[in-house]
Design a protein around this ligand. Structure first.
Ligand SMILES: Nc1ncnc2c1ncn2[C@@H]1O[C@H](COP(=O)(O)OP(=O)(O)O)[C@@H](O)[C@H]1O
Ligand SMILES: [Mg+2]
Length: 257
């Protein structure tokens, strides 16, 4: 794999590297599409580690993560889950949207996220020490909690926390340019559009425009879709289903793009 592009926005790289070498797990918080997953990929590349990613949802259980017995050809075979694989092989374990997962998942993580660095596999009566280089990274989006899910302090306080947010206009334009090859002038327009939309709190959007949406718009523009149409279908329609709000957003697009 080639070196993933990640534009550093503050001092997150040195925090990662220090947490990694100190065996401390990392929590990335921030809205969707602001670079958390990309950061993990880029850092894993820098420390030459494989990443095992689990996207958590409200059905994600401890069994899904640790492993289960399967019946294959009449025989019962144990199959390691992603956490067990990462622990045994010393991979980086990235649990995306951890707050969505079921409570029993969090319990599993406790013994892995403190000085013990152990995984208990009750069904096998086994315990595994995390291999050298194993690191746990979790992400969560504080602004968006379906059933008001929160992480308990006893869990939170095991992690070093990095706060992610959308980049400033200049940096965001550079990211768009580098990611898509769109020229800097037009990349700046997209970044400006984002700043404008993000300032309109009165729209009451569940989530505002992310860097991911801007990158999508830029890719469509590069592929010769007319720029306003590209913004309408990749940004505006992704942000709202309310006709009034869509109309307002389209007006902003036609002013800036
Ligand atoms: N700092 C950054 N450097 C490079 N690309 C970024 C950065 N922030 C966002 N991106 C772009 O935005 C996209 C979405 O980011 P991602 O990491 O998937 O978001 P998250 O995991 O926070 O939801 C990436 O694929 C990349 O194109
Ligand atoms: Mg992600």
């Amino acid at each position: 794999m080639s070196n993933p592009f990640y534009k550093e926005l503050a001092n997150e790289k040195v925090v990662f590297k220090t947490a990694f070498s100190s065996n401390i797990p990392l929590l990335l918080k921030g809205p969707t599409g602001c670079g958390k997953s990309r950061f993990v990929e880029a850092m894993a590349y820098e420390v030459d580690k494989e990443v095992v990613t689990v996207s958590c949802n409200d059905e994600t259980s401890a069994t899904d993560l640790i492993g289960r017995h399967l019946i294959i050809g009449g025989e019962t075979v144990w199959q390691d889950g992603p956490v067990t694989r990462a622990v045994k092989n010393g991979h980086i374990l990235y649990l995306d949207e951890i707050a969505e997962a079921r409570e029993d998942v969090i319990t599993v993580l406790h013994s892995l996220s403190d000085h013990r660095r152990k995984l208990f596999v009750d069904r096998l009566g086994e315990q595994y020490d995390a291999a050298a280089g194993f690191m746990m990274i979790v992400s969560f989006n504080p602004g968006y909690q379906k059933s008001m899910k929160e992480m308990k302090p006893s869990t939170r306080q095991r992690f070093v926390s990095l706060n992610f947010n959308y980049p400033g206009e200049e940096a965001e334009a550079q990211i768009i340019e580098k990611e898509t090859g769109l020229n800097l002038k037009d990349s700046k327009k997209l970044a400006k559009l984002a700043t404008k939309i993000r300032s309109l709190h009165e729209l009451g959007l569940a989530e505002t425009v992310s860097t991911r949406l801007l990158v999508n718009a830029a890719k469509l523009i590069i592929a010769d879709l007319p720029p306003r149409l590209a913004c309408d279908v990749s940004i505006v329609e992704s942000l709202s289903d309310d006709e009034k709000i869509i109309e307002t957003l389209k007006e902003i697009v036609s002013l800036i793009i």
